[in-house]
Write a protein that binds this ligand. Sequence first.
Ligand code: FAD
Length: 386
Amino acid sequence: MTSADVLVLGLGGMGCATAWRLAQRGQRVIGLEQFALGHQLGSSHGHTRIIRQAYYEHPCYVPLVRRAYEGWYELEQLQGEPLLISCPCLTLGPPTSELVQGVLASAREHHLPIETLTSDEVGKRFPAFAQRSEVVGVVESTAGYLYVERCVQAMAAAARRLGAELRDNEAILNWRAEGSTLVVRTTRGEYQAPRLIVTAGPWARSLLGELADRLRVMRQVALWHETSRPELFRRDRFPLFIAETPAGYFYGIPAVDLRGVKVARHYGADELLDPQQIERQISEADHAPVRQFLNDYLPAADGRCSEASVCIYTLTPDRHFLIDRHPTIEGVTFAAGFSGHGFKFAPVVGEILADLALTGRSDWPIERFRLRQACWSALGTRNCSS
Ligand SMILES: Cc1cc2nc3c(=O)[nH]c(=O)nc-3n(C[C@H](O)[C@H](O)[C@H](O)COP(=O)(O)OP(=O)(O)OC[C@H]3O[C@@H](n4cnc5c(N)ncnc54)[C@H](O)[C@@H]3O)c2cc1C
């Protein structure tokens, strides 16, 4: 049986970050991944991810995202290539919307530089957007986007340079505790360590059992569209954006290559139990809501759809992350349920998981992400006391 100090189960964005951070602390790490490293079947692919600081989901994420920026720049230095590209982020929605109010609340609490725009000003600053009197804009200049696959590969490379052994195309079948030793059985053999960390993304339920019984997966489709006025969608004239509309939330990324502008609906699909239920084919039903959004908000994004990508969200009931130590089995730590907004945090999630696994605690503000098993199971939410 092969031994390590820590076993990392699942090597998507969070697992690679965790292997990297553990290896930095001198741990002998073995990471296990069922598919090829950098595969397109989970949650950490699709060219780009948005990173932003004025966090509408809750102000408690702001210190974490600030730390994540440092991690991405550290990784760029190690990798010798740009991973995080600065670009303003425009939040668009009715003045009283959850999105606009959430961004303003985080900005206020953490003194973030933002600018509010009337609907006229949105059109003048970013002429690709149609004039819509019901919305206002909030611009955050400190946002950006990440090249997601490059980031995953860079974290894996950084971990390997520090001695981590990352094994792909090797599925974990199960794990068990034998006294204080944790044993993982895979399609190729068995591994043992005093500590293991589960970062299995959409497959978390199969490795965490009842701890993860409230997690659900949701199919998401990102689409790239060519435009009739490419000059309006360049990143010097077009922002990252998130819009709250009567048809739901939509987000997008400027045309940074020949694929054109990236646009997707955020949430809005069925909640499923298992990634095997995810339909991998794209259909007309995937295009319709995005086409309607483009028609209403970005009329010049009227070209051919050049690419489409199916990706999976893993959702918690309250859409906040799930990061904790196992309540009964010593040495087991896990992170899951990133609810469609986790990638930007990967370097700091790696640090938090390394803290929890090695010392049992973390100084980062993660109270909101803890299991609190009683609330989680009985009430369907962890925030029963807040
Ligand atoms: C379309 C889309 C857009 C998004 N946009 C953003 C954004 O703009 N900004 C942002 O911050 N976040 C965004 N997210 C969310 C973010 O990408 C995810 O939160 C993050 O990638 C989750 O990473 P993960 O490591 O938890 O999951 P994954 O990347 O899926 O990794 C889990 C890994 O575990 C492996 N695994 C599972 N079970 C086993 C097993 N039994 N044996 C071996 N290996 C196993 C899987 O194969 C997989 O590689 C987006 C997500 C999607 C789908």
